[in-house]
Design a protein around this ligand. Structure first.
Ligand SMILES: Cc1cc2nc3c(=O)[nH]c(=O)nc-3n(C[C@H](O)[C@H](O)[C@H](O)COP(=O)(O)O)c2cc1C
Length: 511
């Protein structure tokens, strides 16, 4: 409040300075100004640069300061967000323009006008004060502008290109940006913010925000440095497997815009555990990083026993490597694999979990669950999972039902193979989160995943019982600013419901 008042007072001072300069310009007078080293008001104010687009700079100054003054005063009483956006846009524009004017004085006119310099000082102060005082509104403004840019330009361009190509480009550019300090700083300036109401320690891991990148997007471990700057609170790499796999036959990825979904048929395309270890070794991460592990997608893995041995071999390599990842995911629910190995029947699941348990893994482990199974089958699986040292479950993976009501049949008919992410997973994932919360919330951490496209979507998953939420498809359709949008909006949604911390909202509709 005090800073806002100071901004209005500075704007008033700026108005006074500009009114004086405008008046002197109109009556063709030169304000008294001692001439000394470089200082010469006359030379500046009579130069051709004293007029911009046919209007004297003094009048531009009055208009600018009056706008800042009016917008800040209005923000005391109403339309707080939008008035502050106007102040932020005006002070940023004003600051950049005054930099240009100072440059002109020093390097082009070779003279300085003290009144102009005073105005530049006021403009700089206004810029710095509004940036710090209205930092929340600044983030909201940047998030809204990025969303507009993404949906109206970037997405339209991307959606003209083969989706798998776009995915590769996103991963490579994300890696380059992550290695570039200015890019990281810029991304952090636009999107990163902390809010203590969203920070949680779960299974001994501290998550700065409860929104994570789900397994499958960063399967080559390229985005660990850039994601924290987008305000992701955690990320799962993979799914990786013991042996590399070049991926199923194309198409491996497709878009279903009307269904708000993606067709996925990668079948654990990945470089194999050794390559991932060499990329991640001896690296420290700013957010918790998880590694999703699945069975190698090769026809030669014919039996359940061979598949379990293959999974255990991956865990062994990861445990022996100098890695600082925070958790594991055990992916038992990928629907795109060769052969008919399944870990859903109780005996098969028990065998797998027994083998994993004997490893005494050094990090928490979460099981990635299917969403196509009935409540009864899912409860049976949960009953088994709860008997082992498994920390939690993720609900869930892709939608297998090609006739699901939220899938547009014409869009589905373009693809002979593959399963579906995004909105078709939304409802069932929520139902299963609720179900699991009802029976196992004191035993298993629940991570919600599927169809999150907005802050409200994410919030609903928490209310159903998820302590953390992951996403991929929402980010593709809405843009990477979605994560910042969610983390900016969640505290507002919490407040509306009378909560002060995200953990209070968890399960509030499932109790
Ligand atoms: C391109 C793509 C690749 C995926 N690959 C994996 C994977 O390797 N392992 C996994 O557990 N889930 C994978 N998934 C499933 C997602 O992790 C997630 O469970 C599902 O997409 C629902 O979330 P969403 O609607 O936010 O995308 C993949 C999803 C997509 C879109």
């Amino acid at each position: 409040m005090m800073v806002s008042i100071f901004i209005t007072l500075l704007a008033l001072l700026g108005i006074t300075d500009s009114v004086y300069l405008a008046y002197e310009h109109i009556i063709h007078a030169i304000p008294p100004c001692s001439s000394g080293l470089l200082v010469d008001c006359g030379q500046v104010l009579t130069s051709k640069y004293a007029i911009f687009l046919g209007i004297p700079l003094g009048i531009w100054g009055v208009t600018y300061y009056a706008l800042v003054f009016a917008a800040t005063v209005v923000s005391f009483f109403m339309l707080r967000r939008y008035s502050r956006w106007i102040t932020l846009i005006a002070t940023t524009g004003g600051f950049l323009f005054s930099l240009y004017l100072v440059f002109l004085q020093v390097f082009v006119i070779h003279a300085i006008c003290l009144y102009c310099l005073g105005s530049a000082l006021i403009t700089t102060l206004l810029f710095l004060l509004s940036q710090t005082e209205f930092s929340l509104e600044r983030k909201q403004l940047l998030v809204s502008s990025s969303k507009f840019l993404y949906k109206n330009i970037i997405k339209k361009l991307f959606f003209q290109i083969d989706p798998e190509k776009v995915h590769e480009v996103m991963l490579s550019s994300g890696e380059i940006l992550g290695n570039c300090l200015p890019a990281r700083t810029l991304a952090a300036y636009a999107f990163r913010q902390t809010n203590s109401s969203l920070t949680q320690t779960i299974d001994n891991i501290t998550f700065p925000t409860p929104i994570g990148l789900a397994a499958g997007f960063d399967y080559e471990a390229k985005l660990m440095k850039i994601l924290p700057e987008l305000n992701f609170g955690f990320e799962t790499i993979g799914t990786i497997t013991n042996h590399p796999y070049e991926g199923n036959k194309r198409p491996r990825l497709g878009r279903l815009p009307l269904s708000r979904s993606l067709m996925v048929n990668k079948g654990f395309k990945n470089e194999g555990v050794k390559a991932i270890i060499s990329k991640m070794s001896d690296r420290n991460f700013t957010i918790p990083i998880g590694i999703s592990v699945g069975r190698t997608n090769k026809a030669k893995l014919k039996t359940q026993k061979q598949s379990i041995q293959d999974i255990i071999a991956t865990f062994e390599k990861l445990e022996e490597a100098p890695l600082t990842h925070a958790y594991y995911e055990l992916n038992i629910s990928c629907p795109n694999l060769i052969g008919d190995i399944t870990f859903y029947p109780p005996q098969n699941l028990k065998e797998l979990l027994t083998a994993v348990e004997t490893m005494k893994l050094s990090r928490p482990i979460f099981v990635k669950m299917p969403i196509e199974k009935s409540d009864k089958v899912t409860l049976k699986m949960l009953e088994i999972i709860a008997q082992f040292s498994i920390n939690g479950v993720i609900f869930g993976n892709l939608q297998k039902d090609r006739n699901h009501p939220s899938l547009n049949p014409t869009e589905v008919s373009q693809f002979q193979t593959g399963y579906f992410s995004g909105k078709p997973t939304w409802e069932r994932s929520n139902q299963l989160i609720s179900l699991c919360y009802k029976y196992y919330h004191d035993k298993l951490t629940i991570i919600g995943c599927g169809g999150v496209f907005s802050p409200e979507d994410a919030y609903l998953k928490f209310k159903h019982g998820a302590s953390l939420v992951q996403l991929i498809t929402g980010m593709i359709y809405e843009g990477p600013q979605l994560i910042s949008d969610i983390t900016l909006t969640l505290p507002v949604l919490l407040k509306k419901d009378g909560f002060t911390h995200i953990s209070q909202a968890v399960g509030s509709t499932s109790r």
